[in-house]
Design a binder for this molecule. Structure first.
Ligand code: GLV
Ligand code: MN
Length: 196
């Protein structure tokens, strides 16, 4: 989904003071082979409150991806671990189940819920920008390997965006949107309160 490259390589200068769409390129011949490599998905990421660990290999830890329009991730699920409903505004996502059994689901803009039990060896695609999740329903842990057609897919976790933004969305707005009470909005917020 990213724009096409206009040169062979444009290795991201992540420390540049210039801001552009993506990153400015390092000067010719100042990049290294390491810029085209990442250990970002070599190991599981940090455990989150949903029982999953997300690791990424994107332009932020792999500067050679700048302008190339792809990146990867891995998600490791504890038993019952959930990668909660979220969207990637800039990418289609394709996943490969390395281990385990999960329910993969997405919701179309017509609010059709598409979901499937997927298992080791299976590949599943989440169409660009749609809300989706994966839920470990197997007996043990699960691991998926993820591909994106963006160097920086972006992620918005719906529950976090609605209930744990900084600063907060007015409680009245969230309460009205979910047709619930201010008290319940506060209770959900407290349960989702993330370490800063
Ligand atoms: C999986 O859905 C991911 O976004 O890493
Ligand atoms: Mn995703």
């Amino acid at each position: 989904a990213d724009p096409d490259p206009l040169q062979d390589v444009c290795v991201a200068d992540l420390n540049s003071t210039i801001t552009v769409n993506g990153f400015p390129c390092k000067r010719n011949f100042t990049f290294t082979p390491e810029d085209f490599a990442s250990m970002g998905i070599a190991r599981p990421g940090e455990l989150n409150i949903f029982g999953t660990r997300v690791g990424v290999a994107n332009v932020f830890n792999m500067p050679g991806l700048n302008t190339q329009g792809v990146s990867m991730a891995r998600v490791d699920f504890e038993r019952d671990g959930l990668n909660p409903p979220h969207t990637h505004p800039r990418a289609t996502e394709i996943i490969f189940v390395k281990e385990g059994t999960l329910v993969a689901g997405f919701i179309t803009t017509d609010n059709v819920f598409v979901n499937k039990l997927i298992t080791r060896g299976e590949v599943f695609v989440f169409p660009r920008g749609l809300i989706h999740f994966q839920f470990n329903v197997g007996r043990g842990n699960a691991t998926i390997i993820v591909g994106f057609n963006s160097q920086n897919p972006g992620v918005q976790v719906i529950a976090i965006s609605m209930f744990a933004s900084r600063p907060q969305i007015p409680e009245e707005v969230v309460a009205r949107a979910f047709q619930t009470s201010i008290e319940e909005v506060r209770a959900i917020r407290a349960r989702l309160a993330l370490p800063t």
